[in-house]
Design a protein around this ligand. Sequence first.
Ligand SMILES: [Zn+2]
Length: 191
Amino acid sequence: MPIIAPKSAQAYRLASGEQITIVDVEGAQVADVVAFNQTDPAERLSQALTRVNLWKSRPRQGDSLYSMRNRPILSIIRDTVGVHDLSFAPCNRLIYRDHFGVGDREGCLENLARALQPHGIGPELITDPLNVFMHTSVQPDDTLVIHRPVSRPGDSITLRAEIDCIIGISACAEDISDCNAGICTPIGVEI
Ligand SMILES: [Zn+2]
């Protein structure tokens, strides 16, 4: 199984109807997923429109993920976990500096930008992702909380491309909060 190394990202081209399975190899590891129309990357995954179309805070097996032109770009056809996040931005240099206060370090946004650049997708096009295996909740006082992922070694989610697309996947680089249970591990990918 091809592996995305810890704290790195890869990009893949999927024809409409092709499937990609994202595997949590060691457990409790988040994968940030973004997707772009191959022929017009300005059409890309929209976290917000996906929430509105699904009318729920996290997607489940059988749900579609929507582009900013409000049509399905990916669908979840198999999911052994059922807990993913549709609220958080990818970790990035500004969040590490301003929120976590750990100075200059790169995150999923920078890693996705590096992986997508050879496909002609610049950093300004990268949207807020589907955060696969990320376990978040909203508390009664509206506070957002990041919990340890519930995914175990070998858990997976399978996505089907609904249009010809380029998909970026980042093995999340955040080892500060419970996001990845404090340790960044690899993500497996099968197409
Ligand atoms: Zn991250």
